[in-house]
Design a protein around this ligand. Structure first.
Ligand code: PMP
Length: 285
């Protein structure tokens, strides 16, 4: 069955949704995006995603063609039109098309807005139960990882390297320190029980899930250190895990073939996943 998608003011069948070959999202990766999780047919932490979308647009001088309130209305219509109960909504805004290829930002063009749904199990996932295996790989991305652009070739290469190595994902490394996962934020728990994750900067995406998780961890009286951590420190951790909008928390049980902790999802990861899901369900709208 075809999905109903949204393109520039219209709800249409996915096979009818067409964008110009001159669209700058296509030519230059000149576009930003957001993914919001959907649970029980409702949007999870969408306000945070809208704030980050606006920030990404501001950094690139892309003006949203509709307000973030209108985007939320579109998201809700798409959930309804596609009968989406669990999964995600992808949203992309590109600078638009000037009918040719020139590097500088053209003036007076209308941004292209695309949204579509993806049905997928978020709560009942094998990786939450068994945990993930990851490899570490050099972080070759650009220096503005805080802007959520569709320029995702480096993460695609990292993910493919993980697939080729027969593991689930890759953690990215810069100057010996882990930045984040290919499409998630990365955490370790030390043998002393301290939760460690890289501090916010232009080096990583400012995860919406990360923010909520750190608040929850603080309430649980877990000691948090927002600091850089090395690959060697990760190997010695008692636990490791990742977070993102559609995975929530997924434990990491192996890094570069080395078993982490007991080789099974750890207590902190399990606890944070459980209470994050409770919060997500209670606040979804
Ligand atoms: N880092 C990167 C590189 C990501 O792609 C993502 C997911 N988009 C995240 C972190 C997690 O961010 P969020 O919790 O907002 O999904």
């Amino acid at each position: 069955m075809e999905r109903i998608v949204y393109l520039d003011g219209q709800f249409i069948n996915e096979s009818e949704a067409k964008v110009s070959i001159f669209d700058r999202g296509f030519l230059f990766g000149d576009a930003v995006y957001e993914v919001t999780a959907v649970l029980d047919g409702k949007l999870v932490e969408n306000e945070g995603h809208m704030v980050r979308l606006q920030r990404s647009c501001n950094e690139l001088q892309i003006s949203l063609p509709v307000t973030t309130e209108e985007i939320t209305t579109i998201q809700k219509s798409l959930i309804e039109k596609n009968n989406l109960n669990e999964g995600g909504i992808y949203l992309q805004v590109s600078r638009g098309s000037a009918g040719d290829r020139d590097f500088g930002y053209p003036s007076g063009i209308k941004p292209t807005l695309v949204l579509f749904t993806q049905a997928r199990s978020l709560l009942d996932t094998p990786k939450a139960v068994k945990g993930m295996k990851v490899i570490t790989i050099e972080d070759i991305r650009w220096k503005r990882r805080d802007i959520k652009t569709v320029g995702l070739l480096a993460p695609c290469m990292a993910k493919q390297a993980a697939i080729d190595a027969k593991v689930d994902d890759a953690w990215l490394v810069e100057d010996g320190y882990i930045t984040e996962g290919s499409s998630n934020n990365a955490y370790i728990v030390t043998q002393e029980g301290v939760l460690v994750t890289r501090p916010l900067s232009n080096d990583i995406l400012h995860g919406i899930t990360r923010k909520a998780l750190l608040e929850l961890a603080e309430k649980e009286k877990i000691t948090i250190e927002e600091r850089l951590f090395t690959v060697a420190e990760a190997y010695k951790a008692s636990e490791a895990f990742v977070s993102s909008a559609t995975t929530f928390v997924w434990p990491v049980v192996e890094i570069d073939g080395r078993t982490i902790g007991a080789g099974a999802p750890g207590q902190v990861a399990n606890k944070l996943r459980k209470i994050y899901i409770e919060l997500a369900k209670a606040t979804a709208e």
